[in-house]
Design a protein around this ligand. Structure first.
Ligand code: GLU
Length: 512
C-alpha cells in the first residue's frame, strides 16, 4: 500500500513552528516513500475559526516549499478537503448513523449547567474529571425518546468500554496501554451537528486512506478514544506517529524568547526555505548519522520514523543561522542577486520590518537592519552592477538575507558614519596623515584588489613600516567607519577610485 499522509491544521490563527515540523516530517516521509501528501482543513470548531488563517497556511506552506498533492486549493480524489464542507456533504452524519446502529454511541441531553455542576462535583471530590456516562449512557429508550420529543438539544458521545485495558501502538514509543476507566466518553457530534476533532479527523483519515498519522505528542492522551472509535467502526488503524514536543536550548517550551514562533516571520527575517526545512526536520529526528546540512533529496531518502526520538526536540536558532549562512554561501552571484531583490521587494519583508519594534527578547532591533536594507533596495534598482560586485564580499559573512542590510550599508552611503571608538583606535598613529595623502594622490583608476594591495605595501615599505596592522586599520575605518568587515583591498576595488578618495578626504577631517 503506498504511503498517504496528511497535514490537518485547524485554521485558528498563524502557522507556527510546531505545525511546520509536522508538515515537514510528513513531506519528507511521503517524498522518500513515493507517497502522497494532502492538506486537510479542520475547521469544525467554529468558535475558534479565523477566516484569515487558511490563507496564512497556504501562503506559509508555499513559501516554505511544501508541495501538496491534494488539498482545498488543489482539489483531488477525496475532495472536499475542508471539514465544514464535508459536514455539509453529509459525510459525518452518515458515519454517525453507522455508530448509532452499532450501539457504539449514545445521545446525551445534559445542559451546560448540568455539565458544570458535574465537573464541580468531580473537582471537589477529587474524582477524575470528564463525562463517564452521566445520566444518559444507560438511559432507557423511553427517557431518550421523551427528551428528544421535548426538543431538547443533545450531543452524541462515544461509549468507551469500562473495566478493560485499551491498548494501541505508537510508531515511536511502541505499545501503549490505558485503563479504560480513566478515559471519558468524548463528544463526537455537537448539538449543532458539527463533528468534533475526535470524530471528523478519524473518519477522514479512514476515508482518505491515510496510512500514517503524524501529529503532535499532545494528542497521545486522546489516542485511546481514537482507538476505540476505529474499533467501533471495525476499521484498520493507520500508523500513529506522535511527534515530540519542541523546546528551546534551555529545555523550556518553545516561545518567542527562543526565536519567532510564526513561520512567516522567518521569511521576513531573511531565512531561506531550504535550510529552514532542513533545520526543522532535525528537531526531534536524525538521519542515524552525523549529517546536519542536507539537501531535500538526502532528507527524503534518509527520513525514517525510527529516527524520531520520543524526547523533546531542541530548537537552536544558532544552528538555523549556521545552516542559512551555508545556503547563502552556496549561491551564485546571480542567484543571490535575484533572491535578495525578491526578498527586499516582498510585502512581508517590508511589513515585518516597518512594524517591528525593538525587541530585546528576540534580540532584534529594526534600527540595525532597516536603513541598510533601504539603501540596498535602492541600489539594486539604481546601480545593479555595483551591487553585483558588492554582494560576494559580504556573502561569506552573513547568516540571513536581512544581514546584507547592515553589512553592505557602508558601500551605499554617501558618507560613512565613523564609529568614535574606531576613529580613536585607528587614526592616532603619526603616519596616518601621510598615508591618507598618498591614497589621495595615487592614480588608482582601474585598480584591482591586488593593485591596492601592492600600492599600500609599497608605500609602507618606503616608510620603513613593517607591521601592516597600523596601515590597514586606518584605511579600513576611513572606508567603512568600522574596524571589521570584508578584505580591505577587495572592498577598495569594489568602491572604486572616486569613493575611495571621497572617503579618505572625509576621514582626514577627523585627524588632529
Ligand atoms: N487539527 C489538529 C490540530 O490542528 C490536527 C491534529 C492532527 O494532525 O490529527 O491540532
Amino acid at each position: 500500500m503506498s504511503v498517504r499522509v496528511r497535514f490537518a491544521p485547524s485554521p485558528t490563527g498563524l502557522l507556527h513552528i510546531g505545525a511546520l515540523r509536522t508538515v515537514v516530517f510528513n513531506d519528507f516521509f511521503a517524498k522518500g516513500k513515493g507517497g502522497s501528501l494532502l492538506l486537510r482543513i479542520e475547521d469544525t470548531d467554529r468558535t475558534r475559526y479565523n477566516p484569515d488563517s487558511e490563507q496564512e497556511f497556504v501562503d506559509t506552506l508555499k513559501w516554505a516549499g511544501i508541495e501538496f498533492d491534494e488539498g482545498p486549493h488543489l482539489g483531488g480524489k477525496d475532495a472536499p478537503y475542508r471539514q465544514s464542507e464535508r459536514k455539509e456533504a453529509g459525510i459525518y452524519a452518515e458515519k454517525i448513523a453507522d455508530l448509532i446502529e452499532k450501539g457504539a454511541v449514545y445521545k446525551a441531553f445534559d445542559t451546560s449547567e448540568e455539565l458544570d455542576e458535574m465537573r464541580e462535583f468531580q473537582r471537589i471530590n477529587k474524582m477524575p474529571t470528564g463525562y463517564f456516562g452521566g445520566d444518559w449512557r444507560d438511559a432507557s429508550p423511553e427517557k431518550v425518546a421523551e427528551a428528544k420529543a421535548a426538543g431538547r438539544p443533545y450531543v452524541i458521545r462515544l461509549k468507551i468500554p469500562r473495566d478493560v485495558k485499551i491498548t494501541g501502538e505508537d510508531a515511536i514509543r511502541g505499545k501503549l496501554e490505558w485503563d479504560s476507566n480513566t478515559i471519558d466518553d468524548p463528544v463526537l457530534l455537537k448539538a449543532d451537528g458539527m463533528p468534533t476533532y475526535h470524530f471528523a479527523a478519524m473518519v477522514d483519515d479512514h476515508l482518505m486512506g491515510i496510512t500514517h498519522v503524524f501529529r503532535g505528542e499532545e494528542w497521545i492522551s486522546s489516542y485511546p478514544k481514537h482507538i476505540v472509535l476505529f474499533q467501533a467502526f471495525g476499521w484498520a488503524m493507520p500508523v500513529f506517529v506522535h511527534c515530540p514536543v519542541i523546546v528551546g536550548t534551555d529545555g523550556k517550551k518553545l516561545s518567542k524568547r527562543h526565536g519567532a514562533t510564526r513561520v512567516l516571520d522567518y521569511a521576513s527575517q531573511g531565512y531561506l526555505p531550504q535550510p529552514l526545512r532542513n533545520f526543522i526536520a532535525l528537531i526531534g529526528w536524525n538521519p542515524g548519522d552525523e549529517r546536519e546540512a542536507m539537501s531535500d533529496c538526502d532528507l527524503a531518502q534518509a527520513f525514517e520514523i525510527r529516527g524520531i526520538q520520543p524526547s523533546p526536540g531542541r530548537f537552536d536558532l544558532d544552528k538555523l543561522k549556521w545552516m542559512n549562512g551555508l545556503a547563502i554561501r552556496a549561491m551564485s552571484v546571480d542567484e543571490l542577486f535575484d533572491t535578495l531583490r525578491e526578498y527586499l521587494a516582498s510585502e512581508i519583508t517590508s511589513e515585518y520590518w516597518n512594524t517591528l519594534e525593538k525587541d530585546d527578547e528576540l534580540k532584534i532591533d529594526p534600527a540595525h537592519f532597516v536603513p541598510g536594507m533601504t539603501l540596498l533596495k535602492e541600489a539594486l534598482e539604481r546601480d545593479p552592477d555595483y551591487v553585483r560586485t558588492v554582494l560576494p564580499l559580504e556573502q561569506e559573512r552573513v547568516s540571513t538575507l536581512a544581514d546584507f542590510g547592515p553589512a553592505c550599508e557602508f558601500f551605499f552611503v554617501e558618507e560613512v558614519v565613523f564609529d568614535q571608538k574606531s576613529v580613536e583606535k585607528a587614526f592616532g598613529t603619526d603616519h596616518v596623515r601621510g598615508l591618507f595623502e598618498f591614497l589621495l594622490a595615487v592614480d588608482s583608476d582601474g585598480f584591482t584588489a591586488a593593485d591596492w594591495d601592492k600600492a599600500v605595501h609599497d608605500w609602507a615599505a618606503e616608510q620603513g613600516i613593517e607591521k601592516m596592522g597600523p596601515v590597514v586599520m586606518p584605511i579600513r575605518v576611513a572606508m567603512t567607519g568600522k574596524l571589521s568587515g570584508p578584505g580591505l583591498f577587495d572592498l577598495m576595488a569594489v568602491l572604486g577610485p572616486g569613493r575611495v578618495r571621497a572617503r579618505v578626504s572625509r576621514a582626514m577631517e577627523h585627524l588632529r
